[in-house]
Design a protein around this ligand. Structure first.
Ligand code: AMP
Ligand code: ZN
Ligand code: FE
Ligand code: FE
Length: 303
């Protein structure tokens, strides 16, 4: 490879809430000029085997990953506890690690009840049934609100996923139901490390979730995660605003952490994110591989 390789370490297939099969994601990655792709479906490794087969067939790199749904539990300045969702990317963990897989199974199972509650609330105002939602999901798929959004689009109530998220799933919405069966963020970091994986926060301090420019940044929360074994931050992601990027880069420098850039692709029609729109530096990718002991990436040039 003469120019810098395109390394996209965050993508979803229909094993969770992506709109395309694993094979279609890999076909599109090749077409987009991606050289190394991580498949990081929500709370599942069920796409890995097919992904490795596609990577071999198309001769591109494949990094097995998971986007683990976690809940932070942070003591605020005012003395009260703040709970909010944090997505933790886990690269190269052992897929047979019992502690990690059982936490993921609990998490995936709790999503079903949560989504049924959400659907029941929405069904008071819109024509929608549980089987509409099931019809949007591929076999073994991790359920999530995008499937509810897709069902509402299919029913003709909205034009696309984004509209549903804006109009029904905003912060403080009456249709909101929290994710309860998911591990706490610190616990997830420890589980991933013990499984030989490398934990990197997905889209940290993203728009609408992190502090606005000029507001205090959550130094203690981040230092607690770093002390627990956090490896780095996904800084170059379209949802991470410039002031957050600056702060994250400074934290990464101070603690010698890994910085990545990725797309968070959900398919051509899932979200506007495009494969290869951000890339991780080769040196950073090599640091991830060096820290991992769970499973190896597939890199065709090492075959
Ligand atoms: P859940 O898994 O139910 O918590 O839903 C979270 C998922 O919804 C994430 O994977 C996001 O990619 C997706 N999502 C969040 N906001 C939007 C949006 N505005 N448009 C499309 N998908 C979204
Ligand atoms: Zn998603
Ligand atoms: Fe995410
Ligand atoms: Fe994602």
């Amino acid at each position: 490879m003469n120019s810098a390789p395109v390394i996209d370490l965050h993508s979803h297939s229909n094993k969770s809430d992506g709109r395309e099969s694993v094979r279609e994601v890999f076909e599109n990655a090749v077409r987009s000029g991606v050289n190394i792709l991580a498949l990081t479906d929500h709370d599942t490794t069920s796409g890995w085997q097919e992904a490795e087969a596609c990577a071999r067939e198309f001769q591109i790199g494949f990094v097995p990953g998971i986007e683990v749904t976690t809940r932070a539990n942070v003591l605020g300045q005012d003395g009260t506890r703040h709970r909010f969702g944090v997505h933790m990317l886990a690269y190269l963990p052992n897929p047979n690690d019992v502690s990690l897989t059982s936490a993921l199974v609990t998490s995936v199972e709790s999503r079903v009840g949560r989504l049924q509650e959400i659907v029941a609330k929405i069904a008071e105002d819109y024509e929608l049934t549980w089987s509409d939602v099931e019809a949007e999901l591929a076999d073994e798929a991790t359920m999530g609100r995008p499937a509810v959004a897709d069902a509402l689009v299919t029913r003709g109530h909205f034009n696309n996923r984004g509209e549903v998220f804006d109009q029904l799933f905003f912060k403080g919405s009456p249709y909101y139901v929290p994710n309860t069966g998911v591990p706490e963020t610190i616990e997830a970091i420890e589980l991933i490390r013990r499984a030989g994986g490398v934990p990197i926060i997905a889209h940290p301090l993203s728009r609408g979730k992190g502090p606005a420019e000029g507001e205090p940044m959550p130094v203690e929360h981040f230092e607690e995660m770093i002390a627990a074994g956090l490896a780095g931050f996904e800084v170059m992601h379209r949802d991470v605003p410039e002031h957050s990027r600056r702060w994250l880069r400074a934290m990464a420098d101070k603690h010698d952490l890994i910085v990545t850039g990725s797309s968070d692709y959900h398919g051509e029609t899932g979200k506007p994110n495009r494969l290869g729109e951000n890339s991780t530096e080769l040196e950073m990718f090599e640091r991830i591989v060096a820290q991992a002991s769970g499973v190896a990436p597939y890199l065709p040039w090492l075959d």
